[in-house]
Each structure stands twice: as structure tokens, then as C-alpha cells.
Design a binder for this molecule. Sequence first.
Ligand SMILES: [Zn+2]
Ligand SMILES: [Zn+2]
Length: 106
Amino acid sequence: MEFCDECGSMMKTEGDLWVCGSCGAEKPREEATEGGMVTTQGQEEGEIVDLSESEEDARPTTEAHCPECGNDRAFWEMKQIRAADESETRFFTCTECDHKWREDDH
Ligand SMILES: [Zn+2]
Ligand SMILES: [Zn+2]
């Protein structure tokens, strides 16, 4: 929002200028306003989306039998549940049906 130096009325944007709606006075708009910032934010959002997609693809898979659909490949990750009486446990996610289960202790 910008106000006219001459008469104090609200000014409108017209290209690179502020133009007074009442007396017609003009003054140049300062740089580093809306235009440039919106462009930068848009680019950053695009990059974040790309990163998360590539992370999904990079998850490690292993041979594991899915009890749900019988598929023999699953993503896996190590998680520590109870520090006291249990060491790290492997959790699987089926690459086909997305079923999740934990590795049984034998
Ligand atoms: Zn004015
Ligand atoms: Zn499955």
C-alpha cells in the first residue's frame, strides 16, 4: 500500500510506477517487492517436492515375505522400541501392497 506525497490519496500500481488516483502524481516503485519474492518462493517449493520423491525411491529393500499379498520384496528400516529389554527391530513395508509388519524374533 502506498499513499500520494502530494494529496495523501491511495495510489495504484501501473507497471513500474505508483500513480495517484486523485491528482495523477507518479513515483517509481521500489525494487525487492512482491514480484521478485513470489518467484523465489515458487522455485524453492518445486525443489522440495523433487527431493522428497527421490528419497522415497532410495529406500532400501530386502527379500522379505509379505504375509498380506505374498510379495517377496519389502522396504525396511531399523527402529528401537524399548531400550531396556529389546534391541533394534526391523520393520518391513511391502513394495506391492504397502502392508507394514515387524520382523519376528526367532
Ligand atoms: Zn495525489
Ligand atoms: Zn504385500
